[in-house]
Design a protein around this ligand. Structure first.
Ligand SMILES: Cc1ncc(COP(=O)(O)O)c(C=O)c1O
Length: 473
């Protein structure tokens, strides 16, 4: 075994040693159960202090990569590396362990303008009323709902779970087994329950930077440390994710790989596969939030969800909010049954039992024979709005063109994004969210193009072009 560690500027040596050991296990130079040299010997072989090796070993042990055995020293963890070539997350282990004011003020100012008819609301993250599919409701009475309640258990209304499983199978050609599916009160509750049930105060979670998760208070409230990993046009940068994993004992990676909120970026297939491999290596579960996944502009370009690529290690979150409106508040989590049990207990602890009413209504919508046609029509309408926007905006304003979802991430040509600029946007009646709300310092704004009709898009583009002339955009 070669113990020459190539030094790299700015990366602490203990991280380089951890990476070297992990890679040596992966490429078979170190075998499951194989004994590692003593700490003192390793320190001499590598030429570092013993305390550095002590840190490396305790971090690797915490990640389950090595085991310390009394009397026989430190060995490569054969429970993990010996049983399966593809290391899987030990969910049981995970289960065991269990906005600044100025942002709020800005959002309050924006919300105060929402009822003004003259503004362009590219701020609200929801479908506009005219795009919400109009499903007819069957004749039913109060007793039907009470009757339906008998079909609900801790995981939710059984027919709806079946309908969601069918929907996912139709759209993604993979199965979320009904017994692995739990209905939640929207995607938001799904995230909340995961934080409550699987994380402890002080835990580290890696997320994209920017991410809409920065805008949620629930992480702060639960004392969770969020580590933002910058993105490129293929999604989260994995070299930087690995650095965060090595630095902070990241417990979960949480991301929205398809039509990301706020940038609209979709993680490429190659990046998806590499992300899964990386997380398997470090035994870190992935939380995939697929709130926009049902809204590709071209279904042929659909990429497989991470859950389809790695059903064992990915917890999957879906939601109907972006396709039938958020008032229904129906979301779901697909996870191993042991994890679901923990999540449903967390929900009971909070006394957030699910009402049968939205579940039955959502089931009507999903079971409607026109559902797929209505969904296709919704995609086409949003796509037409997006195309119209990009035709008008031209090349002098930089923004990434999304392949689905609602959002355009407009990069500003100014050096910073100041409150004065945001006031200028408000002043000309453009309601939008700035990049700093999403944990990003590069100057940009999120625009919900799906929300705007053609006339509003025309006005938006004209106003943006005027702002650009004045150097504010
Ligand atoms: C990426 C993403 N996930 C989850 C949610 C929450 O969804 P819901 O409205 O179903 O609670 C949102 C809401 O905007 C979102 O953008």
């Amino acid at each position: 075994m070669n113990w020459d560690i190539e030094r790299a500027p700015k990366i602490p040596i203990y991280q380089l040693i951890m990476k070297h050991i992990t890679q040596s296990i992966q490429n078979g130079q170190l075998l499951p159960g194989e004994k590692l040299p003593s700490e003192r010997k390793l320190a001499t072989l590598i030429g570092v202090n013993r305390s550095t090796i002590v840190r490396v070993m305790s971090e690797l042990e915490a990640k389950g990569i090595i085991k310390r055995q009394q009397g026989s020293g430190t060995v490569v963890n054969d429970d993990r590396w010996g049983l399966s070539q593809e290391p899987i997350v030990d969910w049981h282990q995970l289960i065991k362990t269990q906005q600044p004011d100025e942002h709020r003020r800005l959002q309050d100012k924006i919300k105060a303008r929402l009822h003004d008819d003259t503004v362009i609301d590219a701020y609200t993250g929801e479908l506009p009323l005219d795009l919400v599919p109009a499903f007819a409701l069957p004749q039913s009475n109060w007793r039907d709902f009470i009757e339906a309640d008998k079909n609900q258990d801790d995981l939710g209304y059984f027919p709806l779970r079946q309908a969601i499983s069918t929907l996912v199978a139709q759209d993604y050609q993979f199965t979320l087994p009904v017994e692995h599916l739990m209905i939640t009160s929207g995607g938001h509750q799904a995230i909340f329950l995961i934080v409550q049930a699987l994380l402890n105060s002080g835990d580290a979670v890696a997320i994209c930077q920017p991410s809409f998760l920065y805008a949620l208070n629930l992480f702060q409230t639960a004392g969770i440390r969020l580590y933002g990993v910058p993105m490129d046009d293929q999604g989260m940068r994995l070299d930087l994710l690995e650095t965060e994993i090595l630095k902070h004992r990241v417990k979960l990676v949480m991301l929205n790989p398809t039509f990301q909120n706020p940038t609209g970026t979709t993680m490429s297939l190659a990046r998806r596969k590499a992300l899964i491999k990386l997380c398997q290596t470090y035994k870190i579960p992935i939380i995939e939030d697929d709130a926009f996944g049902l809204l590709p502009f071209d279904k042929r370009q659909n990429l497989p969800p991470l859950k389809k690529l790695d059903p064992q290690n990915v917890i999957y979150i879906g939601s109907l909010s972006k396709i039938i409106g958020s008032t229904t508040k129906i979301g779901w989590i697909s996870a191993p049954p042991a994890v679901l049990e923990k999540l449903s207990i967390a929900r009971q602890d909070l006394d957030l039992t699910l009402s049968i009413f939205p579940q039955v209504l959502a089931n009507y919508a999903l079971s409607d024979i026109t559902f797929q046609d209505k969904l296709a029509s919704l995609r086409a309408k949003i796509s037409a709005r997006m195309t119209y926007f990009f035709d008008l905006i031209g090349h002098d304003i930089t923004c990434h063109r999304p392949a689905g979802g609602f959002y355009v991430w407009l990069k500003l040509s100014t050096d910073t994004l100041t409150k004065k600029q945001m006031d200028a946007f408000l002043g000309v009646g453009i309601l939008c969210l700035p990049s700093f709300i999403f944990g990003d310092k590069t100057p940009a704004i999120r625009l919900n193009i799906a929300r705007l009709n053609f006339e509003e898009i025309t006005r938006l583009v004209e106003t943006l072009q005027e702002l650009k002339q004045t150097g504010l955009c």
